[in-house]
Design a protein around this ligand. Sequence first.
Ligand SMILES: Nc1ncnc2c1ncn2[C@@H]1O[C@H](COP(=O)(O)OP(=O)(O)OP(=O)(O)O)[C@@H](O)[C@H]1O
Length: 219
Amino acid sequence: MTKNLLEADSVYLEYNTRTILSDVYVKAETGKVTGFLGRNGCGKSSLMRIIFGSLKGNFQSVRLNKQYQESLLMVPDAIRYLPQKTFIPKQLSIDEICLIFQVSFNSIIQELPVFEKYQHQKLATLSGGEIRLFEAIIILLSNVKFVILDEPFSHIMPLHVEKLKEVINREKHKKGIIITDHLYKHNMEVSDDLYLIREGKTFRINTHDDLVRHGYILE
Ligand SMILES: Nc1ncnc2c1ncn2[C@@H]1O[C@H](COP(=O)(O)OP(=O)(O)OP(=O)(O)O)[C@@H](O)[C@H]1O
């Protein structure tokens, strides 16, 4: 297995003179899930987009295997990103989307046999939760070095959350995975390294009590 390393450091982001992220460091690598937690509006999605390369911070240094990258999304086979909101055009059919993402339909139905009947259907004909699940699975199965998942567990029924966690645990042996999700128990369970973003900085989380101490959960 080829090991890949993704690092982002000195990430600094301001919106209208309000500091959102300040001197943040992120490390992700093949074989690991790196998780992020944090209150609404603390800057998790912004950080994900900065790493992906679709948002420019005031300053950041993103490196793939120690090499500085202006924007990772421009590097072939480097990274794919599941944004917080559904993003695949709904007029496309499932098999067209598989073609675009270069993920075989067979590999999708191996994970989700109930999707077999949807092969030629437009994405628009699926339910909201099914669309979200399909987007998360196709990103996870993509042949890239890293994937970022922004709230993959939200809007998905418990049985499918378990499936998603199973795929994450398998796919991490091929690629590095970065996750942010408020469903913190699931996030904690799949993450090898977990961080909380607070007041623009990242704090390492090792136990449930750490989350209480940072005021993210009550007890
Ligand atoms: N384009 C923008 N212009 C100004 N402020 C913005 C912009 N985008 C985001 N923000 C602000 O930056 C902060 C961080 O937003 P971000 O979406 O990264 O937070 P988050 O931690 O992902 O939140 P949530 O958990 O609610 O999804 C928020 O206060 C948000 O209002």
